[in-house]
Design a protein around this ligand. Sequence first.
Ligand SMILES: O=C(O)CCC(=O)C(=O)O
Length: 244
Amino acid sequence: MLNSRQIDRYRDEGYLVLESFFCGDKLARQKAVLDELTERGRSMEGTRHFTFELDAKGEAIPRMLHKVQGVCVVEPRVLDIAADDDLLDVVESLVGPSIDVFGTKFFPKLPRLGTSTQWHQDNHYFGTNTDGIVSCGIYYEAADRDNGCLRVVPGSHRDQVLVEHASAPNRHGRWTEVDESEAVDVVCPGGTVVLFSANLLHGALDNHSDRTRYSTAWHYLPGDLDLEKFPRGSYEDRFVVRGA
Ligand SMILES: O=C(O)CCC(=O)C(=O)O
């Protein structure tokens, strides 16, 4: 469970960092699953769920896995992480006793060329401005400016305003721009969990280092929160993880 200071902080700044939430054998087991998935994914070019980094012409770079979208559909052992009891105890403080998870992703962020996201609000992609969705990034390895840590604009969730997004050359997705002077780098040790509002402006740096930066990202919401694009029961990448 979160304490009231942590909850206030989440509500005020739009995000909460739980450093080294996972550690020891548990973190090592999670990382081993992601190592296997990365190896498998590197040869999955052209198949559903797996996208690759793009070269200057916008073409996929062989073996440079960028993202596994729907990772909990592809690899049920990752759903075990999303449904981890200790993690859900924390999420319950923000979402309530009935919890679903949807939109599950794995970013291996491979050395030197790895990317994940640029500035955006998750709710832009979801077609809503509800503050009921809590996004969750888990950083399985230490993350810093060199290997591409998360960046956030504290407080940017407050007005629930959806900003415009546009596609960027040679990148997957649609992104926006922010006043970088307001941004905070979330430099953190491996095993760190970051919870943030789906209205928060956030993005991540690219990986220019010779290390990987494994992370997963997904979104928790109350089971009875109906999302047109992600209906409970029929959207394959939405799972009931606690309660009913
Ligand atoms: O890679 C990261 O740290 C951020 C991921 C992210 O922003 C997202 O999945 O929405």
